[in-house]
Write a protein that binds this ligand. Structure first.
Ligand SMILES: Nc1ncnc2c1ncn2[C@@H]1O[C@H](COP(=O)(O)OP(=O)(O)OP(=O)(O)O)[C@@H](O)[C@H]1O
Ligand SMILES: [Mg+2]
Length: 442
């Protein structure tokens, strides 16, 4: 049942009017197909809505329960809250209210019904956070992704620079194009040059054919220059040329080849200081940091250590012989006191270590790598320091991981069981029981 031309014209007028009032509206014909979507509706949904598309397909995708579809088909008005069809973020929802129009046409009023807690955790393109500065970063990413603006990401190692670069690519119109990442610190200058810009046959010994570099391979996509501050000065000049002329000349070549790339770069250094020290070209810096994005280190993101530790635990539960149901509060405390110079990557390693070393459903302080324990047990260490020369009697190799851990704690505590229990996160009774079960002599 298709709407007639005058009817469509009338529906358009209605939707236009509502759109001008700022409404996110879909107009459906009697066949429940979209006649019109206001720009606000498309903004809310986050994708383009084709006219003629079935409304349920637009809103519900493959969902099994379709209260909206059923109500509309039955000709009754409906108000429902459904998962946001354009987002996999938990908590993102939209509300749909249907208003009947003459001739079995419908008006669907959409609204944001997300119960996303501003202070709660969110997942954004593989990145978990509950930190306000990180959320601000995500907002900037969303805003700059669509335009081809050049982004410079600064952050410590392991803080998520590559994830951010990749997310910007995914959020951009270039997402179906290539994403090419190259680490400028990983190669000597001459290799880096030909990796980046390519070379022609005969350019140097061993150059038996023309080879495209990353700049060309990223054509119609995104070029990610990791550790860009390490780019040697002569290559900086060449990169600047590429950005300014939008062409590339391969090593040994003559003719500039047009390229269409968006450049995202990353560094753990302050580029300005590199410029002042004469190691980085100021003109290139200004080209690269049109949009600077700063990723705060993990230790400065309150709540993120606990959040990420929990997410990593549930991720590893599926892949490991051990299942951890809970992280002991004392273990969280030790992690939160630790500097994590390697940021999220180091936290991931810490959790992997705990899965390998410990057992049982509770992740205990004694499952953590020694550097975290030393951090927390600093005071006890000072007290026990004098007896540290007292080596363990039993070869560590013969012990089960738990027995070895208990032995280590006893050694550190100079045999003081109360202190050893504290290091392990056990009660004194549990320590005594486990020692007896494992045959560990006091
Ligand atoms: N917010 C986050 N949520 C979940 N995982 C994260 C988050 N941030 C980083 N990671 C993970 O941490 C690891 C390091 O991230 P990534 O490689 O993006 O960091 P980087 O800043 O590029 O590090 P490097 O400077 O060493 O290249 C990856 O395994 C990544 O998936
Ligand atoms: Mg990286």
């Amino acid at each position: 049942m298709k709407a007639s031309a005058p009817e469509v014209a009338m529906l358009r007028a209605v939707a236009d009017g509502l759109g001008q009032l700022g409404g996110a509206v879909l107009v459906l014909d009697a066949g429940l197909r979209v006649v019109l979507a206001t720009p606000q509706a498309e903004t809310l949904l986050g994708f383009r809505v084709a006219t003629g598309e079935l409304a349920v397909r637009v809103l519900c995708g493959g969902a099994v329960k379709r209260p909206i579809a059923e109500a509309l088909a039955a000709g009754s008005a409906v108000t429902a809250s459904i998962p946001h069809p354009g987002s996999s973020e938990p908590g993102r929802r939209i509300s749909v209210r249907s208003l009947p129009l003459p001739d079995r046409a419908w008006l669907l009023l959409l609204d944001d019904a997300s119960d996303v807690d501003e202070n709660g955790p969110i997942l954004f393109h593989g990145m978990w956070t509950q930190d306000t500065r990180m959320k601000q970063v995500f907002r900037v990413m969303e805003r700059v992704a669509a335009d081809d603006m050049t982004v410079l990401i600064r952050g410590e190692t392991g803080s998520g620079k590559e994830l951010v670069a990749h997310a910007i690519h995914q959020l951009s119109q270039r997402k179906s194009g290539p994403f090419r990442a190259i680490n400028c610190a990983a190669l000597p200058s001459n290799l880096l040059e030909s990796e980046l810009f390519g070379h022609v046959r005969g350019a140097f010994t061993g150059a038996v054919r023309d080879v495209q570099g990353h700049v060309q391979l990223a054509n119609k996509g995104t070029l990610f220059l990791d550790e860009v501050a390490e780019l040697p000065l002569e290559l900086q000049a060449k990169l600047l040329r590429v950005i300014e002329t939008r062409t590339v000349i391969p090593v040994g070549g003559r003719d500039p080849i047009p390229v269409d790339v968006r450049v995202i770069s990353a560094t753990h250094r302050a580029l300005r200081q590199e410029v002042e020290a004469g190691r980085f070209r100021a003109d290139l810096m200004y080209r690269l940091r049109v949009i600077p994005i700063f990723l705060p280190p993990l230790r400065e993101r309150p709540g993120d250590i606990r959040l990420l530790a929990e997410k990593l635990v549930s991720e590893m539960n599926g892949k490991s012989r051990r299942t951890v149901q809970q992280i002991a509060p004392s273990a969280i405390e030790l992690m939160e006191r630790y500097a994590f110079l390697g940021n999220v990557r180091e936290l991931r390693n810490v959790i992997s270590y705990a899965f390998a070393i410990g057992d049982g459903p509770i992740l205990l302080p004694s499952d953590l790598p020694p550097e975290l324990l030393e951090n927390g047990a600093g005071l006890e260490d000072e007290e026990a320091g004098v007896t540290k020369h007292n080596p363990p009697r039993v070869a560590a190799l013969e012990l089960s991981p738990e027995a070895a851990r208990i032995k280590r704690a006893l050694d550190r505590a100079a045999g003081n069981r109360e202190r050893a229990a504290k290091i392990l996160g056990f009660s004194r009774i549990t320590l005594w029981r486990r020692m007896r079960e494992l045959g560990i002599e006091p």
